[in-house]
Ligand binder design. Sequence first.
Ligand code: LMR
Length: 334
Amino acid sequence: MFKLTAKALACALSLSIAGMAQAAESTPTAPIVIKFAHVVADHTPKGQGAVMFKKLAEERLGDRVKVEVYPNSSLFGDGKEMEALLLGDVQLIAPSLAKFEHYTKQIQVFDLPFLFKDMAAVDRFQQSPEGQALLKSMESKNITGLAYWHNGLKQLSANKALREPKDARGLKFRVQASAVLEEQFKAVKANPRKMSFAEVYQGLQTGVVNGAENPYSNIYSQKMHEVQKYITESNHGVLDYMLITNTTFWNGLPADVRSELDKIIVEVTAEVNKQADALNEGDKQRIIDGKTTEIITLTAEQRTAWRDAMKPVWGKFEAEIGADLIKAADAANQ
Ligand code: LMR
């Protein structure tokens, strides 16, 4: 009796497994949806990176993944995107390095004014063991850094000509959500005001703030120059990104999909970082051609005065960031 039942059971089981396999063959698996949200326009280094990632992922992984790109804060803006990543409402974001202070204080190193002499130095630090370690520094918070993407060096913009630090006195400057950047403007006796990227144009237009800081690509693509009479080419700090994902999501991807996406990210990163300078230079020229804004070139003495005024900020954050990390970043200038 028992034997018979066991045989019948085995038979039923094998039939149902065969049925399941057949069903799996005939029902296509739904693609893995990867939402990539960001706050800038498509025609910027980050915007181009997101579009490139979508193209390559869909080309190479066919219908196994579907990448949805949401530019211009259309899905989540500053202040919400990180939370959304942790909740699984978005799978890829690339916040500027100024926007991580709630997750790790070390990344604040990138905001220190006049730390990097040029983008090559920024790149050397990002690729150094210390820079690479920062990509992994938030894994306990379920955030994995996948790559650094360049935008470029920031320029000061205002409705007043800024040639010397004293010219900034009393002006209201929009800053990203960064304590270092707040201190940077306080160091020249200006008033920093935290504001999300999506609000900057209107803030400048209505006079809620008088000035801001951004690379040319962000200024041009948001039309900020149309409401700023002057841009001082100060190159006083860097605005770069960390492409991040939700650690649980990324580790849960099928291994072959994840390894293909990792390869694509290496390719896209190289391309973004190669094109960023040219994009900023092109937008600088477009601003000049638009004739709304005068671009001020600083003399060596004027630039030194800004550097001397802002550099004390380093000391204020040395304990939080770590003296060794600041030293490693500074060493990338050699
Ligand atoms: C800003 O808020 O000014 C930038 O971080 C925007 C961006 O993502 O480039």
